[in-house]
Write a protein that binds this ligand. Sequence first.
Ligand code: DAH
Length: 341
Amino acid sequence: MQEQFNNVKQSAIIDLENVSSMREINDLKVKYVGKSGLVTSLLRTMKDIAPEMRSTFGKMVNDLKEEVLSLFAQKETLLKEKELKERFEREKIDVTLPGKSQTIGSLHPLNIVKNKILNAFCGMGFEIFEGPEIDTDYYCFQALNIPKDHPARDMQDTFYFTENILLRPHTSPGQVRTMENKKPPIKILSPGKVYRADDDASHSPMFHQIEGLVVDKGVSLCDLKGLLDEFVKIMFDDDTKTRFRPSFFPFTEPSVEVDVTCCKCHGKGCSLCKGTGWIEILGAGIVNKNVLEMSGIDSNEYSGLAFGLGVERITMIKYGISDIRTLFENNVKFLKQFNRR
Ligand code: DAH
């Protein structure tokens, strides 16, 4: 009997010597201590043992089981150490290698400036309305007090699909669409792309404008001045001042051209402001009564102020960019300069 026990133990030792993975160990466990394993089946021979010997026999089987299990445990420890060592070897990291840096994108300067302008006015209670880029002659001109064949159309020469359908030359149609659909008080901004038959260092066939409109009882030029004074302080700096010069737009009466003190020399005179200390930033005025009436607003009860600014122009002034075309060339070296991270 003892010999039988020794044989089982010896066979386990030999089997374990040839094992090289945890999976094989588990298979061997089944072979020896599983339900019908070699050690377990020894218990089944109990019935052939003399009754007085049975307790000794049971103890011997249990001892053998423990011995075999401890052989397995030793081998398991060895195998785990070996596998861990191999894994460390395989997954070795060279911490002295330079890391892979991520390239982080940034907003286009035009979007940075556009967002800043929109934020400034939204902080003063303006809502945003975006109109269509392809529009009709009526919304782009006639409803803005510019009749067909009027010479004032030269100011905004654009691209026509048909006689009546065109790429909008300004965002001013946003005023008309808003007034047609909304009763005063109105306080809106209309941002978007606009198109003109122009192409040189300071003009692009496509550029961006933001139109502003306020309609309410008693709106005056003083409101316009207060609004724009606040805006230029947010946009440039706290010392920036505005100046109104008389001008002409068919949709406003009176009309003004708005200048700001030069953000580079603060009014002393430099190359950016061509020595004058002032830079023109936008056109504005009090909404012409004809425009209010054509959009269904009673001009005896309400008045309005309007302004239109070019996002490219403000961006060029703010960042000292001399050629508008650099804003559309998508040269990454140029654009990277605006990444503030
Ligand atoms: N629409 C004008 C342009 O594109 C800009 C403008 C001037 C808009 C005066 C206005 C305004 O609302 O009052 O040149």
